[in-house]
Design a protein around this ligand. Structure first.
Ligand code: MD6
Ligand code: FE
Length: 208
């Protein structure tokens, strides 16, 4: 795991957020559902880039090139996000999916592994915007001990190498701990937190 606290300055956070708001108008948040039970996630999601992660009762967890409700392609991945990926991962290929998670005040995310990708060679890069949250990180099995730390707006976490398949989740969001989302009251009336995870989905051949 690599942790880059405060990696993004406030101006950069605002730039990414304004691009996200345009993207959300094109690809609105949807409510993901658990494959077997059909139970809703408390987090709302959308995606940027050629592929997006979706979850529903019928089709399970998967990547697809279109929004599950509008049927439209996902909005383009902003150049700024591609730059951050290049700079921090050193991965020879670009990310194909940027999953956008929106947490209103009481949303959380259970302990999970990110394992729906075809390759685990590339890291997953996670960018936090808005309210602070308690992030929990464990090991490769659900039984491994976990520890938690706080993520603030502008922080970046990279799950790579041994931690690429580590269990992780969000215990809770600290309501009103950031002002960043208050610039868009019609989109985020009660503030909240946005997390972006950049992923490589398809396999690639190593460059030497
Ligand atoms: C979140 N993050 O921070 C949820 N996944 O809201 C993730 O699920 C995550 O932070 C893969 C790698 C890093 C992450
Ligand atoms: Fe994850």
């Amino acid at each position: 795991m690599k942790f880059f606290p405060g990696h993004l300055e406030q101006g950069e956070q605002k730039e990414i957020l304004s691009q996200l708001v345009s993207a959300i108008d094109q690809a609105p948040f949807f409510v993901p559902r658990m494959p077997k039970t059909g139970k809703s996630f408390s987090v709302r999601m959308t995606n940027l880039g050629p592929l997006g992660w979706v979850a529903d009762k019928e089709g399970g967890y998967r990547y697809q090139s279109t929004h599950p409700e509008t049927g439209q392609s996902w909005p383009e991945m902003p150049q700024k996000l591609l730059q951050i990926w290049d700079e921090l991962t050193g991965c020879p290929v670009p990310p194909e999916a940027c999953l956008v998670n929106y947490y209103a005040t009481t949303a959380k995310m259970g302990l999970h592994q990110d394992r729906d990708e075809e390759t685990f060679d590339a890291p997953v890069l996670s960018i936090s915007l808005g309210d602070r949250a308690r992030f929990r990180l464990g090991g490769k099995t659900r039984k491994d001990k976990t520890s938690s730390f706080e993520l603030s707006s502008g922080d970046i976490v990279m799950l790579d190498g041994e931690t690429r398949l580590a269990y992780h989740g969000i215990d809770r969001v600290l309501p009103h701990s950031s002002q960043l989302l208050s610039g868009y009251p019609e989109h985020f009336p009660d503030g909240g937190r946005i997390n972006l995870t950049l992923r490589r989905v398809t396999a690639y051949s190593p460059t030497r």
